[in-house]
Design a protein around this ligand. Structure first.
Ligand code: PEP
Ligand code: MG
Length: 464
């Protein structure tokens, strides 16, 4: 029934139900949950569809790559895959019947290609390509521990996006300047919310991994494609519904207050912790949150005058009115969530492969809105960061810097690539030669052309 609604979103729920049913049956039949028919280590997983929970299971089995028929490039499966260095592509025309357990495949994730049963010469060619790719990455890895400053001395922070403590621990060894986005909601995607002691443990540990470096914790961004079983929302369009800060303010007692209490308790001992609000679309949401923070802090006798509060800019209304958010005097920084901003600007569901070709965070409309909004944010003295996937995209780096971005929060696997790119560009050149051309483009192809030309002019190899 869910599938026949024709809605991509409900189709995903169908997958969740089916997986749950299979697990239940296996348990009834006393089969171990991990008893998969094959040893999956070093194998490419090819599947019609995959939920984030299934993917977390597969990750533990050391899979080598992932191909699905449905999904979106900024779906949470894609984000987690990228973060873990797992090549992942979506092939809408995939016919799973063409493939057997022993098929040989090549995933060219840089170009979005799946090659079935490659011949000898293709295998050889890709062998060389892969070797060159890894060698270049190895060479670039050393940049991860260098400072990120452009040729003309513009400094940026390269931060990491993480979804759990293990990611954060790894990121802390890779030379990044802190955490720019901790997707804490992944902790909530179980059968019940995390306990106070679960949260306490995470905040304490992540803050101490980074000691004097910033750690931006996002208040749980539940809703959209990150639904939780213990809140039944029954919405026709969850991406436009009760999500992020809207949901937190609605479920204040059960969710937001316990989260804030634990966060503030950790902040008392670790003032490198910063708080970021997801899916903000109105100034009143910030004011409502601040009221709650102040009330909670007072009750707990904690001084929050130094707590840095930030707003995610994921909704066009927030991008447009950013100076009005600044005028409240309550926020210090903004973090542009280009994954959602793109879906809301282009009216394209980020998880729906049917409109996947329209979804493009390098679309000039997205870049013009960023330019408009960042200009206002800078004038309002807000620190500007980007934590959407755009920041992890090598091609986008010159343009983001030229718009006034001070912090790029990226997947930890690309810290080296990002720093290497920052160090190879001249901000003045980009502002004069590239930015006007990009903002005057009619489509993302023209944007890409302008950016590719500039990167190759500077001798920067294209890597992501
Ligand atoms: C974004 O929307 O760009 C973002 C970083 O948040 P998420 O991808 O978790 O929705
Ligand atoms: Mg988002």
């Amino acid at each position: 029934m869910l599938r026949s609604t024709g809605s991509q979103l409900f189709a995903f729920r169908e997958v969740d139900l089916r997986v749950a049913a299979e697990l239940l049956l296996k348990n009834i039949l006393s089969e171990s949950r991990h008893q998969l028919p094959l040893d999956l280590a070093n194998r490419v997983i090819i599947s019609e569809e995959l939920g984030i929970t299934e993917f977390f299971e597969l990750l533990k089995l050391n899979i080598k790559g992932l191909v699905t028929k449905s999904g979106g490039v900024t779906s949470h499966v894609a984000i987690v895959a990228r973060c873990n260095g797992i090549p992942y592509i979506i092939v809408p025309q995939l016919d799973i019947n063409d493939i057997t357990d022993n098929s040989q495949v090549i995933i060219d994730a840089l170009n979005g290609l799946l090659i079935l049963e490659p011949d000898e010469s293709t295998l050889k060619l890709y062998g060389i390509k892969a070797e060159n790719y890894w060698k270049t990455l190895e060479k670039i890895a050393k940049y991860a521990h260098e400072k990120a400053a452009t040729l003309d001395g513009y400094n940026v922070k390269v931060l990491c996006n993480v979804g759990n403590l293990e990611d954060a621990r790894i990121a802390s060894t890779l030379g990044c300047d802190g955490i720019g986005l901790f997707r804490i909601e992944f902790l909530y995607m179980r059968d019940k919310p995390p306990t106070v002691s679960d949260l306490r443990n995470v905040f304490e540990k992540v803050a101490s991994f980074f000691e004097n470096k910033p750690v931006v914790v996002r208040a749980p961004d539940i809703g959209g494609d990150k639904s939780v079983s213990y809140i039944s929302l029954k919405e026709d369009n969850p991406f436009m519904g009760l999500r992020g800060i809207r949901l937190l303010l609605e479920y204040k007692e059960d969710l937001f207050k316990p989260f804030l209490e634990t966060f503030l308790e950790a902040f008392k001992n670790h003032n490198n912790l910063k708080l970021l609000l997801p899916m903000v679309s109105r100034v009143s949401e910030v004011l409502g949150t601040v009221e709650l923070i102040e009330e909670t802090a007072k009750k707990m006798n904690i001084d929050v005058s130094n707590l840095e509060l930030g707003v995610m800019v994921e909704v066009p209304s927030t991008a447009i009115l950013i100076d009005k958010f600044a005028e409240t005097g309550k926020i210090r920084f903004v973090s542009y969530g280009t994954n959602d901003l793109t879906q809301y600007v282009l009216a394209v569901d980020r998880t729906n492969p049917k409109v996947g070709v329209i979804y493009d965070d390098l679309d000039p409309s997205v870049l013009r809105l960023l330019s408009f909004s960042m200009n206002k944010a800078a004038k309002s003295n807000l620190e500007i960061e980007v934590c959407g996937e755009l920041a992890s995209r090598q091609l986008a780096i010159p343009i983001l810097l030229s718009l006034g971005v001070k912090g790029l929060s990226v997947n930890y696997s690309v810290v080296g690539v990002v720093k290497y790119t920052v160090r190879g560009v001249s901000l003045q050149e980009v502002k004069k030669q590239v930015l006007p051309r990009v903002l005057n483009s009619s489509n993302s192809r023209e944007v890409r052309e302008a950016l590719k030309q500039y990167l190759s002019l500077k001798g920067l190899a294209l890597l992501a």
